[in-house]
Unconditional design. Structure first.
Length: 251
């Protein structure tokens, strides 16, 4: 398929859709509380998407049955909302993508349920920090490996492990476009970034080992060793001088 370079007009639509995705994720994060069934988060997602005029992109994607992914504790990604009830001390990753006027954006956050352990807090901060470290490397002329290495370095320096079987990706006209954006790699390697590329960076970080296993439902990904996992994701656009985060609220 090759890398898809977006026009300024396409990026403007992604900016608008990305803002809705950010607002919806913020709302979901604020809704999380002990005693809540995760299916309720899916209901809120559907409602909020309608209100913001965007279409959830995960529902039906390769048969995925919900509008949001809700992954708890040792669930890494692609948890399916349902009957399971959130408990005080859980950490919950919320992953949401949407289409606005034909253009896709994708983002994720991990939040704590009530009071969480300091280890869980450290893990979440390392994952968010790794995403930011990756974003800092995004500018025309830098290489994809610079982004991957920055994410990996940030995580491993803090004693955590990056998941290797799942990656970030190009995003925009499709949910998943070239290039893949691994969360580990070597500086100075890989293709050069250029203006108009739009990427979803999404470190998934485990408290202990990096290996994962797939649930018998063929969706939910767990840490192989049962340790906690966190996930943060933003969609960014490479600009003339650097990068613009399309799925945050500070704009
Ligand atoms: N952010 C995830 C990804 O980029 C979400 C995909 S979930 C799926 O792969 F259900 F759509 F597959
Ligand atoms: Co993604």
């Amino acid at each position: 398929m090759g890398v898809v370079i977006k026009t300024d007009a396409e990026i403007e639509l992604m900016r608008q859709g990305g803002r809705a995705v950010a607002l919806i994720l913020e709302r979901l994060g604020q809704s999380v509380r002990p005693g809540m069934a995760t299916a309720e988060l899916d209901d809120i997602t559907v409602q909020e998407a309608r209100r913001h005029g965007v279409k959830p992109s995960f529902k039906g994607y390769q048969g995925y049955p919900a509008s949001v992914c809700v992954s708890i504790n040792d669930e890494v990604v692609h948890g399916i909302p349902g009957e399971r009830v959130l408990e005080e001390g859980d950490i919950v990753s919320l992953d949401f993508g949407a289409i606005f006027k034909g253009l896709q954006t994708d983002a994720a956050v991990t939040v704590g349920v009530g009071q969480i352990s300091t280890e869980a807090q450290r893990l979440m901060e390392a994952t968010r920090g790794a995403l930011m470290a990756g974003i800092e490397q995004c500018r025309p002329g830098s290489r994809l490996g610079d982004v991957s290495a920055a994410i990996q370095g940030f995580v491993e320096f803090r004693g955590f492990a990056v998941v290797r079987e799942y990656s970030g990706h190009g995003v925009g006209r499709e949910l998943h476009e070239d290039p893949q954006v691994p969360n580990f790699g070597s500086p100075g390697s890989g293709p050069r970034l250029q203006k108009g590329m739009t990427l979803a960076l999404e470190p998934m970080v485990n408290d202990k080992g990096w290996m994962t296993r797939l649930s018998s439902n063929f969706w939910t990904v767990y840490t192989a060793d049962g340790s906690l996992s966190a996930h943060f994701e933003h969609t960014v656009a490479i600009t003339d001088i650097g990068t613009e985060v399309l799925t945050d609220l500070v704009k």
